[in-house]
Design a binder for this molecule. Structure first.
Ligand code: NAD
Ligand code: UDP
Length: 324
């Protein structure tokens, strides 16, 4: 297939590109490097079936020059520090960016897949979160630029499906980690690994009793590939239901790297969700999908990749393609 992927220079975008190329597809990557990295484009520069267009998808999508079969819309900052640093750009890529991507899919008669997020559930009062839960989101808080952009993007995607008949998919991605994350992206996995490798204390925000469930990137990519084959427009959670408190998570990473390191506490950011764990019944039933990589294995691979490149963001993403 000819596949246009927005956000190709990001963490997930780079792993998706790798997998799509390995499956024999042609990939046109689009990115403006707002939170991604040129090194992720450089990984595929020599590949005969990869092409890159530098563009801001909020302003419009360039003519790809070929008939498209699929548009995958992954462009958007995803780390809370990144999206809070760029709140307007985040809203725009969720709103205008999504509309441009949907218009392109419609014009080409192509299928469309939106990368949505567990953040549409906000600070959830239902636990674990099934797709039928509508969420508990502060519409004007610090996270609203991301949460509401994605909620709007889901609404727009469903409207293009219902009104124009576009063949759409929505994946709600829960916390995902792995090699090629930016060491400086401020998310918990990268902060803890980066801190521990540098021999620094691990910074737990609040008392660390808030929970998250961490999915290794190869599991996510496998789920996305499966969803591309199933024409079902309703949202599908992809995440690992293995749930940890952030304090437990800090201890796991510390013990993996250097058990002598201290864990220190910093203020809890506003609106930080208290708990998060996916209900993946729908993904299991619809796609026959479930996560396969344990936290132990996923963290070992991630720490190894950070070690191999010395934790430098640009070098980090140039790390070997690990094939996971
Ligand atoms: P990332 O920041 O590494 O990648 C996002 C990419 O989008 C970057 O390369 C960035 O430069 C690009 N981008 C942003 N705005 C753009 C614009 N206007 N035009 C063109 N490119 C633009 O983040 P990621 O972790 O790879 O996340 C990718 C997608 O998955 C995002 O849509 C995110 O919301 C979603 N997601 C990720 C997670 C996760 O845990 N990583 C969880 C839920 C949802
Ligand atoms: N967190 C933390 N220390 C850090 C970074 C994050 O304790 O150095 C916490 C954060 O407050 C949140 C959780 O870890 O409760 C996950 O944060 P992340 O930014 O990775 O993603 P989120 O799931 O909040 O979008």
């Amino acid at each position: 297939m000819n596949i246009l992927l927005t956000g190709s220079a990001g963490f997930i975008g780079s792993h998706l590109t790798e997998r799509l190329l390995a499956e024999g597809h042609h990939v046109i990557g689009v990115d403006n490097y707002l939170s991604g990295q040129p090194a992720n484009t450089a990984l595929f520069r020599e590949h005969p079936r990869f092409r890159f267009i530098q563009a801001d998808v909020s302003l419009g999508l360039p003519d790809p020059g070929v008939r498209l079969d699929f548009v995958l819309h992954f462009a958007s900052p995803a780390s809370p520090p990144h999206y809070q640093q760029h709140p307007v750009a985040t809203l725009m890529v969720g709103a205008q960016g999504t509309q441009h991507a949907l218009d392109l899919a419609r014009a080409h008669g192509a299928a469309f897949l939106l990368a949505s997020t567990s953040e549409v559930y906000g600070d959830p009062e239902v636990h674990p979160q099934p797709e039928t839960y509508w969420g508990h989101v502060n519409p004007n808080g610090l996270r609203s630029c991301y949460d509401e952009a994605k909620r709007y993007a889901e609404a727009l995607t469903m409207a293009y499906h219902r009104h124009y008949g576009v063949d759409t998919r929505i994946v709600r991605i829960f916390n995902t980690y792995g090699p090629r994350m930016r060491a400086d992206d401020g998310r918990v996995v990268t902060n803890f690994i980066h801190q521990a490798l540098a021999g620094q204390p691990l910074t737990v925000y609040g008392d660390g009793s808030q929970t998250r469930s961490f999915q290794y990137v190869s599991d996510l990519v496998r789920g996305i590939m499966a969803l591309m084959d199933v024409p079902d427009p309703f949202p599908v959670n992809l995440g690992n239901p293995d749930e940890y408190t952030i304090l437990q998570f800090a201890e796991r990473i510390r013990d993996l790297i250097d058990p002598r390191l201290p864990i220190i506490h910093r203020p809890l950011p506003a609106d930080d969700p208290r708990q998060r764990r996916p209900d993946i019944t729908r993904a299991r039933t619809l796609l026959g999908w479930s996560p396969q990589v344990s936290l132990q294995d996923g963290l070992a691979r991630t720490v190894e990749s950070f070690r191999a490149v010395g934790g430098q963001p640009e070098r980090l993403v140039s790390a070997r393609l690990d094939g996971h």
